[in-house]
Design a protein around this ligand. Sequence first.
Ligand code: C2E
Ligand code: CA
Ligand code: CA
Length: 718
Amino acid sequence: MAIHLSHQGLQQMTQLETIMIVDPDTHTRVLMQESISNASFDVITADSGRQGLDLCGEQMPSLILMNFHLPDMDGITFCRNFRDMVTGKDIPLVIVTEGDDVEVIKLAYDSGATDFIVKPVNRELLGHRLRYILRASKAMRSARTNERLLAEAQRIARMGNWTWDLCNEEMYVSGEICRIFGVPMASPCVFHQLFVNAVHEHDKQALDQAIERALSGETSDVELRIRRPNGLERTLIVHAESNAPASKKYLLGTMQDITDRKKADEAIRKLAFYDQVTGLPNRTLFREHLNVAMHHANRHGKKIAVLFLDLDNFKRINDSLGHVAGDQLLQEVSSRLKQSIRATDIASADCSHAQSNDANKHTLARLGGDEFTVMLVDLNNEKQINIVSNRILESLHEPFMLAGNRVVVTSSIGIAIYPEDGEEIDTLLKHADAAMYQVKSSGRNGVFFYDDELRRQSQNRIQLEGELYHALEHDEMTLFYQPKVSAKHLHVSGFEALVRWIHPEKGMIPPLEFIAVAEDSGLIIPMGKWVIKTACRQHQTWLEAGFGPISISVNLSCHQFSDRKLLHAVRDILEETGIEPKYLEFEITESVLMEDADTAMLVLGEMKKMGMKISIDDFGTGYSSMAYLKHFPIDVLKVDRSFIMDIPDDDREATITTAIIKLAHALNLVVVAEGVENAEQLHFLSALKCDQIQGYFFSPPVPAEKAEKLIKVPFTVR
Ligand code: C2E
Ligand code: CA
Ligand code: CA
C-alpha cells in the first residue's frame, strides 16, 4: 500500500523544535510566542529564572531566549546554573537586552550565553534568526564531536597532527603531540622551540632533509628520536607535506610515537636473528652479513675469510658438568672470541695499510651447538687471518672455570676465503666446515685452510652427486646378496641385500663411495625405496622358483629411517610385491637409533606391528649399551666385523664377543657375526652358539644368479 503524505502531514510527523522564552513581561512573552510559533517552532514560556530552570529540568528545549533582567535572579546566575545542567551544555542561550548594553553582553558571554538580540525585537525576522542560531550551534556541536573523536583516535594511535609556520617559527600541535612530548599544551611559539630542542642531535640532519623534501612538494617521512623533559627518549615517525609548496612557508603533517612498536620489533628481531645463549648473531644474521660483505668485497676488490670454529669435546663437558655449565662455557667462549677479533688485531697485523677496519663489520656468530663462525672482512693478505685465528686458539686454550672446575678446551678452526674458495654463502660455509673437519681428523686443536685437496674432493663429490642422479634414472644400480649361513646347519638362512652401482665407465662402485653422497643429497630416499622393492621382488622370484621362503635384509640409513614417508612406502611395496612381512628384515645401526630414540621407538613399533624383523647392524661400534637395547623391539644383533677380525687370538676381542653373544641370547635375540673370513673364527663362534655367520669365508656379496646357486648347494666346512 502506497502512503501519500501532504506537506502538512509531513510537518506534523517531524518533531518541531522547542524554543523556551524566559521573560517576566507577559506582553513580550505573548508577542514573541506568536511570531516564533508562526515560524514552525514549539514554544514554552517561563516568567522567572527559577521557573525556566525547572522547566529545563523536565524537558530541555532546543534553544532558550531570555531576558537578561529577571525578577528572581540576574541573567549571569541563570546562565551559569543553566550551563551546569548536564543536558544544558550545548543548548544555545540567546540574551534579549535593552539597547546595545556592551557591559551586559560581555558579562552574558562570559557566563555562557551564545548570542544576543537587542530590543525592540524584529518579530518578522525572529524565527529566521533563531533558526540560524540553531543551525550554527549544531554545526559547532558536530565540529566539537569530530574534534573529540579525532583527539581520541590520535590518542589511540599515539599520533597527533601539526602545522608549522616556518617564517614565524610557530608550531600548532594537537593535544596528543603534547602528550607524546610529555609537556602541557603550549603556545605555538613555545612549542616550536621545545620541538627543535627535543630532537636528537643525530637526527637533526634527517629532519632538515625531510623538511626540504616536503617544501619541494614531496610527501616526506622521517624517523626521529626526541628527548622528553624528564630525559626519556621516544621514537617518532614524522610525516610532513606542504599544501602550498610555492610559498615555502607552511608545512603540515603528523607525528606518531612508535617507541613501543620499535621495542616489540626489536624483541622479535632479537629472537629471529640472535642466539639466545650468547647473544651473538645466529646463522640467519650471519648469512645476511656475509651477503652484504660479499657485495662490498666485490666492489672494492677485497677478500673475506670465513672461519668455522668447533670446540673439541664440548659434548663431553656438557654431559659431565650439565647444561648450565655448558651454556656458561659458550658465553665465555663468545666473549673471548669477541676480544680476539677486535679490529685492532687485524689492523696491527698489517700496519702498512690504512686502518680501515671497522670492528662491527667483522661478524662473530653462533650457528648452534658448539659451532661458531667468524667473518673477517677487508682483508689484504693471509697473514691477517693467521694472526686472528692463532689469537683465537690461544685465547681459548686458557683454562675456563666452570662450576668450580678448571676446564681446558681446545678448538678446531677451518677457513675458507671468498672468492677463491666459493662464490656463494653455502659453498663458503661448507668449505670452511670441511677444512675444520680436516683439523679434527688430524688430531684437533689447530687451523686449516680449505685447500686444493679439499677442493678436489668437493668437486668430486659434486660430480658424483650429478652422476648418481643419472644412475638412478638410468637403472645403473643393482643389488648383490650376501648369504647369512646357519652356524649349526651350514645352510643359507637369509641374504643381506647390498647395493652396487655399475658405472658405465668406472665399473662397479662400492656403496661406501656413494652412500654418504646419497645421504647428503637426499637421493638415498628414492634409492632406498628401489633397494627395498628390488629385494622384495627377488624374494618372491625365489619363492616362485620353488626355493622356499628366504629372508632378505635391507640396510636403512639415518636419512631413510627418519623419513616420515618410509612406512607408507614399505606398506606399498609389501602390497605390490606380495612378500610376507616376516621375511623382510631392516638393518639399522645403533647410532641411527640413538639419534632420536623417541621417534625410533615409534617407527620400530610400527614396523613390528606390520610384521617385519629388526636387526641392529655393526653392534659394538656405537653406544654399545645392551641396557637400552632391551627397550627397543629388536630381533637380531649383528656383531661388528671389527670384533670378529681379531678373534680368537686377541683376548680382549674374544672376551667382548663372548659377552655380546651371551647377553644377546639372554635377551632372546638372534646373533649374527659379520665379516667372518676364516675357519678359526667360525669354530670359535660356533662354540659360543652364535646363530648365523656372514662373511667372505662363505661368500662375498654376489649377484642374484650366483646367490641362487648358494641356496641350492649347502656349505661344508673342513
Ligand atoms: P654393512 O651393512 O655393514 O654391510 C656389510 C659390508 O661388509 C658389505 O660391504 C660387505 O661386502 C662387507 N663384508 C661382508 N663380509 C665381509 C668380510 O668377510 N670381510 C670384509 N672385509 N668385508 C665383508 P659393502 O657392500 O661395501 O657395504 C658397505 C656398507 O654400505 C654397508 O655396511 C651398509 O652400511 C652400506 N650399504 C650397502 N648397501 C646399502 C643399501 O642398500 N642401503 C643403505 N642404506 N646402505 C647400504
Ligand atoms: Ca648391514
Ligand atoms: Ca654391518
